[in-house]
Ligand binder design. Structure first.
Ligand code: ADP
Ligand code: ADP
Length: 218
């Protein structure tokens, strides 16, 4: 479970996230929605221990990210700009992450299969399309078979087949009782994947509830 309580983060005195509170429950896909600049990435960065809050807390399973005993086995994340070394082969990139987190090697092949990159596993990442890089990022997030998945704009750059694949995967993941939070600026697209939505605008939560109910109003 993810619990954000009265979270505030300012940049140069200006709040990017302003007194934000919400809970993300397991067993559902939750969309974190809002226009560009609304504060989604900032919230996720604090949640994942990449930024410090100015106030409030962001907890995963009751702990701050940096206090987790097995971070990669607890939470898998896809964030902008955290890509692999371009010269590396995809399979080596994943193997390296697995080894440094004591994740069994066979899991590398499982996640490559899950995202549909088995055939391209030995290619260097620099030859990958945007969609393939995105899928590799999702594969890395899945490596530790984590209880919680946090994905920032996971279907960006994917072709329709890739979108379908990622969508099915996230739904299955949530159906197995795990927690899935995905951010997007595309409400209609997210409505096809997510059960619930948390809507943020200008750093504040403006709606939270089942997506069906929310989109009916628009
Ligand atoms: P979203 O992910 O919803 O597009 P962000 O969390 O990236 O929104 O941004 C929220 C606000 O915070 C924006 O006004 C953005 O310009 C600002 N912001 C984000 N990161 C930084 C940073 N490192 N330095 C200064 N301002 C930032
Ligand atoms: P410490 O004081 O233990 O060295 P840091 O300097 O790394 O901690 O962090 C500065 C502050 O930010 C600390 O008070 C820490 O509790 C807080 N902090 C960091 N991550 C989070 C989070 N996800 N939620 C709430 N507070 C956090």
């Amino acid at each position: 479970m993810i619990e954000i309580t009265r979270l505030t983060k300012r940049y140069g005195g200006k709040p990017a996230v302003d007194d934000v509170s919400f809970t993300v429950r397991p067993g559902r896909v939750t969309g974190f929605l809002g226009p560009n600049g609304a504060g989604k990435s900032t919230t996720l960065r604090v949640l994942l221990g990449l930024d410090r809050p100015d106030g409030g807390t962001a907890l995963i399973g009751g702990r701050r990210y940096r206090d987790l005993r097995h971070p990669l086995r607890t939470v898998g994340a896809l964030l902008d700009g955290a890509g692999p070394v371009p010269e590396r082969r995809a399979v080596d990139h994943l193997t390296w992450i697995a080894q440094s987190n004591r994740i069994p090697r066979r899991r590398v092949h499982e996640v490559l299969e899950l995202v549909g990159l088995t055939g391209a596993a030995r290619q260097r990442v620099k030859g990958y399309s945007l969609g393939m890089r995105q899928r590799l990022g999702i594969a890395a997030a899945l490596l530790g078979d984590p209880e919680v998945l946090v994905l920032d704009e996971p279907v960006n750059g994917l072709d329709p087949e890739g979108v379908r694949r990622v969508r099915d995967l996230l739904r299955e993941y949530a159906a197995s009782g795990r927690t899935v939070l995905l951010s997007s600026h595309l409400m209609a697209e997210t409505a096809e994947t997510a059960d619930d939505a948390i809507v943020i605008a200008r750093g504040r939560i403006v709606a939270h509830g089942p997506l069906a109910g929310l989109s009916a109003g628009h």
